[in-house]
Design a protein around this ligand. Structure first.
Ligand code: HEM
Length: 337
């Protein structure tokens, strides 16, 4: 009988310790924060380890799983840091425009170490503004029109000569028509000018739609330098904010039928001016080279569709899309046209 009591006691004790350990981070953070507002929902995992194990195990499904359980703003603990993950367009827009309220960049220190102390990623306030001004004068406006466009034109023509394999597929038909229209009546060795580029509205729509569905990053990283109240929750000073663009780029309130590759949506309504258009970030850190990026991809597409026809070779196996993962590679045969 005594032995049974002892075993039961140890079991209850172990369970208690397990529960406390599992909630340790949450208890600890709520206690040190000690504010009237609650922390966002979510679990913060084991002491030190946080939720790293399930993050590793679930991979890209970690966010979807937690979003399902806790909603569009939840706390977790990753890589030794308390993190709040936001998949809400409204919150993300607010955070991106709140640098003056003490929400600064949250990228790892190595990031600005690699880019250097004069990179915009290392600067704030008036220094940041001045450096952005310099950057914009180099990659946007007249510099883009007069200096960069002819260089990209020349580069793409030589880059796309002698093509033998390629990975990208896109809304070929309409894009082709628009681009062939631009080529019509031009000399064999023509160059694209600014007016030509501005007339590529469908090509632009294809570029934006591809960026929307398969933007390269996982989102934007920010760090609070003061206790910050958002949507009834407190995000303590020193916490990381992971603003997910993967989800906001598929927000049904902004993009109807978001899982459909539909470039026409960009032509039908002025989505580029939508308050939740964040393909290039927002606020003080909006990509200064937005037009540079779109121009470069558009020129690539122009010369691709006007110079080549292509077909798949063999059976290409794609296991992940739109971030393409093809374990055996992707093979296409190109021919001149
Ligand atoms: C399609 C191509 C591109 C996309 C989708 C893109 C996207 C972005 C995004 C989302 C940000 C904001 C990051 C943040 O707030 O944390 C950003 C910032 C930035 N981008 Fe781009 N970008 C592109 C092309 C370029 C190119 C070609 C350059 C350089 C020539 C460039 C230079 C920068 C710089 C310097 C910043 C930081 C601005 C600041 O700190 O004020 N980007 N970009």
């Amino acid at each position: 009988m005594e032995l049974l009591q002892l075993v039961a006691g140890v079991a209850v004790g172990a369970l208690l310790v397990y529960q406390v350990l599992l909630r340790w981070n949450e208890i600890w953070y709520q206690w040190i924060v000690n504010k009237s507002l609650p922390l966002p929902p979510g679990t913060m995992g084991w002491p030190l380890i946080g939720e790293n194990i399930s993050f590793q195990k679930l991979g890209p499904d970690f966010i979807a799983d937690h979003q399902r359980r806790y909603g569009n703003m939840f706390k977790t603990h990753l890589f030794g840091n308390p993190v709040v993950v936001c998949t809400d367009s409204d919150v993300n827009k607010y955070v991106l425009t709140s640098e003056s309220k003490g929400i600064l960049l949250g990228y790892p220190r190595t990031f600005s170490e690699i880019l250097g102390k004069w990179s915009t990623f290392s600067l704030y306030g008036s220094e940041h503004k001045a450096m952005r001004g310099i950057l914009i004068s180099l990659v946007a406006g007249p510099a883009l029109r007069e200096r960069i466009l002819p260089k990209i034109d020349e580069f793409m023509k030589s880059y796309l000569s002698n093509w033998s394999d390629k990975i990208l597929d896109f809304e070929k038909k309409s894009d082709e028509k628009e681009n062939l229209e631009i080529r019509k009546g031009k000399a064999e060795d023509y160059t694209i000018n600014w007016d030509d580029y501005n007339s590529m509205s469908f090509t632009r729509a294809v570029v934006l739609e591809a960026l929307r569905m398969a933007s390269a990053g996982i989102g934007f990283l920010r760090k609070t330098t003061v206790d910050t109240k958002i949507k009834g929750y407190i995000i303590p000073k020193g916490w990381t904010l992971l603003l997910r663009s993967v989800e906001t780029n598929k927000d049904t309130d902004t993009y109807a039928e978001p899982l459909k590759f539909n470039p026409w949506r960009w032509l039908e309504s002025n989505l580029e001016s939508h308050q939740y258009f964040m393909l290039f970030g927002g606020g003080e850190r909006l990509c200064p080279a937005k037009e540079f990026g779109v121009l470069q991809i558009s020129m690539f597409l122009h010369y691709l569709v006007t110079r080549y026809r292509w077909e798949e070779v063999g059976e290409n196996k794609i296991v992940r899309f739109p971030h393409v993962e093809a374990p055996n590679g992707l093979y296409y045969r190109f021919r001149d046209c």
